[in-house]
Design a binder for this molecule. Structure first.
Ligand code: SF4
Length: 71
């Protein structure tokens, strides 16, 4: 599997998850290193651009991503 191209600069991991390393690792394994196309952050990024991805959007919050994208 390909790794998410946003991993390095992803605000979510460089900010939000700094105090939750084990949870961050879980998300990284599930999304960033595996199925990033399903990541809520990646989905918003892909359609609306990085600047429109909310800082506090969790990778597993597909419902919120759907609302942002008007799905
Ligand atoms: S949280 Fe989502 S957007 Fe950020 S690096 Fe991981 S897969 Fe990519």
């Amino acid at each position: 599997m390909e790794q998410c191209s946003l991993t390095e600069g992803c605000i979510f991991f460089n900010d939000k998850m700094a105090n939750m390393p084990s949870m961050a690792e879980m998300y990284k394994n599930r999304y960033c290193k595996n199925d990033f196309a399903q990541c809520a952050r990646f989905r918003v990024f892909a359609v609306q651009g990085r600047e429109n991805v909310p800082v506090d959007l969790y990778p597993n919050d597909g419902d919120r991503a759907g609302r942002i994208l008007g799905e």
